[in-house]
Design a protein around this ligand. Structure first.
Ligand code: CA
Ligand code: CA
Length: 243
């Protein structure tokens, strides 16, 4: 009877222990579930914050980078302006130096020799060409057909016609619009600069659209057919050259 009682007590302890462990296990499991839930909740709230922070940081970094680039561009722009200014100063200094120690001269060309007259150089070519061919030839020889843009230049050209006994193509035409006379660089010829011989320009025959000088006794201007072959005068600006 005593042993049965002991067994009963042992079984009771065992059952109590199992129940306690079960209760403890359930409690642990519940705590674990709570922790998991909490972690999920934290995670759900945290990641958007992390994203937002990262975006914010990225935007800040981009903004700073942009500011840095803009500053560098400003600095480079200033440097370029300074260099351009220095280049202009050097160029001006070289011009002054050349003026002080140099002389005005004419460029050397393969087609002949330019003669210095004032600030310009002239070359009279006695091989006859059409106005267009003459224009091209002058350009190939660092010049252009002569342009009597001043009274003095016009007088000089007329005198050369007189001395040489010839007429020459010069750089004027009305090929764009009949009666509207332009220099060969496209500038209009002012009426005050015109020196037409009596009765000219007459656009004679099938049309005369190119400018010649040396007409009649006074060696004035005449409009001629551009395809007519005539001697021609080239002109170019004189340049300072070191002695
Ligand atoms: Ca004409
Ligand atoms: Ca004419």
């Amino acid at each position: 009877m005593e042993s049965t009682r002991c067994l009963y007590i042992l079984v009771s302890f065992f059952l109590i222990s199992v129940t306690q462990q079960q209760a403890l296990f359930t409690e642990t499991q519940q705590q674990q579930l709570k922790d998991d839930k909490l972690l999920r909740k934290i995670s759900e709230q945290l990641w958007p914050l992390v994203d937002e922070y990262a975006t914010h940081e990225f935007n800040n970094a981009m903004f700073e980078l942009r500011q840095t680039f803009l500053t560098e561009i400003d600095q480079l722009s200033d440097e370029i302006n300074n260099l351009a200014e220095q280049a202009a100063q050097v160029e001006e200094a070289m011009k002054n130096m050349t003026r002080g120690h140099g002389v005005l001269g004419c460029p050397k060309v393969t087609g002949g020799y330019y003669h210095l007259v004032g600030q310009n150089c002239y070359m009279f070519n006695d091989v006859k060409k059409t106005w267009y061919e003459a224009k091209e030839w002058c350009v190939l020889n660092k010049g252009h057909l002569a342009r009597p843009t001043t009274f003095d230049i016009n007088q000089y050209l007329k005198n050369e016609c007189r001395v040489r006994g010839k007429q020459y193509w010069i750089g004027g035409h009305d090929t764009v619009q009949e009666g509207v006379w332009l220099w060969d660089n496209g500038d209009p010829i002012p009426s005050i600069a015109m020196d037409w011989a009596p009765g000219e320009p007459n656009n004679y025959g099938s049309g005369q659209d190119c400018l010649g000088i040396g007409q009649d006794q006074a060696k004035q201007w005449d409009d001629k057919s551009c395809n007519h072959n005539l001697e021609f005068a080239c002109q170019t600006a004189a340049v300072y050259q070191l002695r």
